[in-house]
Design a protein around this ligand. Structure first.
Ligand SMILES: [Zn+2]
Ligand SMILES: [Zn+2]
Length: 181
C-alpha cells in the first residue's frame, strides 16, 4: 500500500466536512506530513507550538508504520479525526480535546457518509514490523507484538486453559527485542 499524498485528502475532507474553514483562500492552516518509521504510539496527532528556531508550528502528523499497511479508510478517518482537533483549535479557538465540539462534529461527519468512521480513539493494530518487542508464550507458542517490554505478563489463553483463568508463572510471556522497521 503506497503512501497517499495527504494534501489532496485534506482539501477534500476540508471541503466536505469543514465548510472549507481549514484552508481559507486555499491555504491550509496546518502542515501535513507522514511520520518517519518511529511514530507508533498513535496513528495520528495534531500539535501547535514552536519549533526550536522559534518559528510557529502547527501540524498534523500521520503514522507511516501504523497506517501504511492499512486501506485508505484508515488514513481518512485518522486524518479527519486530527482535522477536527485542528478545527477546534484554529477555527473555533476553543480549548477542548474530545469534548462537546469534537463529539458533535464527529457525529455529523459519521452521519453524512459511510466511507470511513471517525472514532474518539485510533484503534489500529500495531503491525508486527513496527513493534520493538515480540512476546512469545513458551507454552502454546502464541506471539504478539508489543511496543514496550512488560513484566509479569502471562499468556491469557494458557492461563484460561490450564489454570482456570488465574495468572500462572508457567505461562509468563518471553520478550524478544526486534529491530523496528
Ligand atoms: Zn483525538
Ligand atoms: Zn499460551
Amino acid at each position: 500500500m503506497p503512501l497517499e499524498p495527504l494534501l489532496p485528502l485534506f482539501h477534500r475532507l476540508n471541503r466536505e466536512h469543514f465548510e472549507g474553514s481549514l484552508a481559507p483562500e486555499g491555504r491550509p492552516l496546518v502542515d501535513l506530513r507522514w511520520s518517519d518509521g518511529r511514530l507508533t504510539r498513535t496513528a495520528g496527532l495534531y500539535r501547535r507550538g514552536h519549533r526550536p528556531d522559534g518559528r510557529g508550528l502547527c501540524e498534523i502528523v500521520l503514522s507511516r508504520p501504523l497506517l501504511e499497511p492499512l486501506p485508505l479508510e484508515a488514513t481518512l478517518c485518522t486524518l479527519c479525526h486530527e482535522m477536527i482537533h485542528a478545527w477546534i483549535d484554529r477555527v473555533l479557538e476553543a480549548r477542548e480535546v474530545h469534548g462537546p465540539h469534537f463529539r458533535a462534529r464527529m457525529a455529523a461527519i459519521n452521519a453524512s457518509q459511510s466511507v470511513f468512521r471517525v472514532e474518539l480513539r485510533h484503534r489500529f493494530p500495531l503491525p508486527v514490523e513496527a513493534a520493538r518487542w515480540l512476546a512469545r508464550c513458551p507454552r502454546c507458542g502464541h506471539e504478539a507484538p508489543y511496543q514496550r517490554r512488560r513484566r509479569g505478563l502471562a499468556c491469557r489463553r494458557c492461563c484460561e486453559r490450564f489454570h482456570g483463568g488465574r495468572w500462572d508463572a508457567s505461562c509468563l510471556l518471553v520478550f524478544e527485542a526486534r529491530d523496528a522497521a
